[in-house]
Design a protein around this ligand. Structure first.
Ligand code: AHG
Ligand code: MN
Ligand code: MN
Length: 335
């Protein structure tokens, strides 16, 4: 008899086993993933669901918002603000924080998300996703401020993503390993399909957008050049390259079969500290990677240790198999 363990069953089993003693957090995860099921249903319909195309407005990132960016953001806000569990939310698509209306000041959690990651992939039907991060409200009982969100990634109570690909898959960590759940459309639930995901120690696959090669700093030039030299070069083996253009898709592949993801700081003017955002892209993803035995750095500093100064601050990001990340950190130090 094939027993399918749903996300709800898994979370309550973990609670009963004493592995998790935070029932409020489990309910928050249920609400976030329920919102992602609604987003998945809309994504699944593509043009028939009216989710393609862009709006006329720009977000705080200076990027034109896709319709699905806005819709996903609205779904996550609507399905997480009434539980009374979340004090406030922050999103890539909103300049300021969004205080939740129901007794917000008493709630224990802050929720951050990139509602739709990989927006440039929407029109061309490539994988996209939602990334989320849960932080503790530092002082339940008072209305949260933006300052309350500026906590290092080590403070995260939970992090994960849902990738809307051929299958809709949730990758989740509550600080006790990384677990994978596949959406069963017939059941309407995320079902546990892989527990305790571990990154392989080594890899021969890297992910970077090579069109910016002329802007890379010496450490990245050196690392990629050595990969390109293959078995005749200093690495003594050939490397493969993949770049999907959606962090959730590249990250999912790396969590599944190994690899290293690079979106480094580069020399484009004005000097960009990197493209990806610390609070709701790098931090949740690096918590997943570390929980799976990998690593995540900005150049020489561990991403999760960075003390945020601004809600939407960007960072350079190198994450994946520990051996490769450590090599790149060494190259930055020697740079
Ligand atoms: P978003 O769509 O949320 O803005 O994120 C896109 C990010 C990330 O998902 C991806 O890895 C990166 O942008 C791709 O950047 P390039 O298009 O410069 O390759
Ligand atoms: Mn993104
Ligand atoms: Mn986004």
């Amino acid at each position: 008899m094939h027993t399918q363990t749903t996300l709800s069953q898994y979370l309550s089993e973990q609670q009963q086993a004493g592995n998790l003693n935070d029932p409020g957090l489990l309910a928050v995860i249920e609400d976030i993933t329920r919102a992602c099921k609604v987003i998945s249903e809309r994504v699944d319909r593509g043009a028939l669901g009216g989710v393609l195309g862009t709006t006329d407005n720009q977000n705080v990132q200076g990027e034109t918002q896709a319709k699905l960016d806005v819709l996903s953001n609205e779904i996550l806000l609507a399905m997480n603000e009434r539980s009374g569990l979340i004090a406030a939310m922050a999103s890539e698509e909103m300049e300021g924080i969004h205080p939740c209306n129901k007794d917000q000041h008493k709630a224990a959690y802050l929720l951050l998300f990139d509602p739709l990651d990989g927006s440039s992939n929407i029109e061309v039907n490539n994988s996209i996703g939602t990334i989320f991060s849960v932080l503790p409200h530092p002082e339940p009982g008072r209305v949260p401020t933006e300052q309350d969100f500026l906590q290092p990634g080590t403070n995260q109570l939970a992090a994960g993503y849902v990738i809307y690909g051929p299958a809709t898959i949730l990758m989740l960590t509550l600080g006790q390993g990384v677990h994978c759940f596949t959406l069963s459309r017939s059941v309407g639930e995320f079902v546990l399909t892989r527990e305790n995901i571990r990154l392989p120690e080594t890899t021969s696959e890297y992910a970077i957008n090579s069109s910016y090669q002329r802007f890379w700093e010496p450490a990245i030039q050196r690392y990629i050049e050595e990969c390109l030299q293959g078995e005749d070069g200093p690495r003594g083996r050939n490397f493969n390259m993949r770049w999907v253009g959606a962090m959730v898709a590249d990250s999912h592949r790396i969590l599944w079969r190994g690899g290293v993801f690079l979106y480094p700081r580069d020399r484009r003017q004005p000097p960009k500290p990197g493209k990806l955002r610390l609070m709701y892209e790098a931090n949740p993803m690096c918590l997943l990677f570390e929980q799976a035995g990998g690593a995540g750095t900005n150049d020489t500093r561990r991403i999760l240790d960075i003390q945020p100064e601004k809600l939407h601050q960007r960072v350079g990001l190198i994450m994946g198999c520990k051996e490769e990340v450590e090599r790149i950190v060494r190259y930055y130090k020697e740079q």
